[in-house]
Design a protein around this ligand. Structure first.
Ligand SMILES: [Zn+2]
Length: 141
């Protein structure tokens, strides 16, 4: 895609601080990091949603994430935990419409967090409701 910032990083039109690269995957430093060590992992081909990415490349993204996770833990970066974050669609928080997996260090007091609605953990679904939803998804696998 000609107007996609990540495609321009893949082509070299835009510079990046590369962490990993092979024939189908690129990982580079996020220029707006949550914390030091914030890395983005992308497929080289332009695919908006990970739901539309082939299974092989999708799986490879997570294999590379695992390697980066281990490397971050060996580094001297401030790190007590690691988040993987992938927003699949605009409503889910996706801002660049070329699928990407964030991986970033976390530590106590870093100020980052998730926001839950007011009913979270107060109103729990009944087992029958969970079974019904599980069946809706299971039959489509
Ligand atoms: Zn792209």
């Amino acid at each position: 895609m000609s107007d996609c910032v990540f495609c321009k990083i893949v082509s070299g039109e835009f510079t990046s601080s590369k962490v990993y690269e092979d024939d189908s995957i690129l990982a580079f430093m996020d220029i707006q990091p949550v914390n030091e060590g914030h890395i983005l992992i992308i497929p080289k081909k332009h695919v908006e949603l990970i739901a539309d990415l082939d299974n092989e490349t999708s799986a490879k993204m997570f294999v590379i994430a695992g390697k980066i996770n281990k490397a971050l833990r060996k580094s001297d970066l401030k790190l007590e935990g690691i988040n993987y974050f992938l927003a699949d669609g605009e409503t889910a928080g996706q801002e660049v419409f070329h699928t990407h997996l964030h991986i970033y260090p976390r530590f106590v007091g870093d100020g980052f967090g998730m926001v839950y609605n007011e009913n979270y953990r107060k109103v729990l679904p009944k087992r029958a409701e969970l079974d019904l939803i599980a069946e809706k998804v299971r039959i489509l696998l």
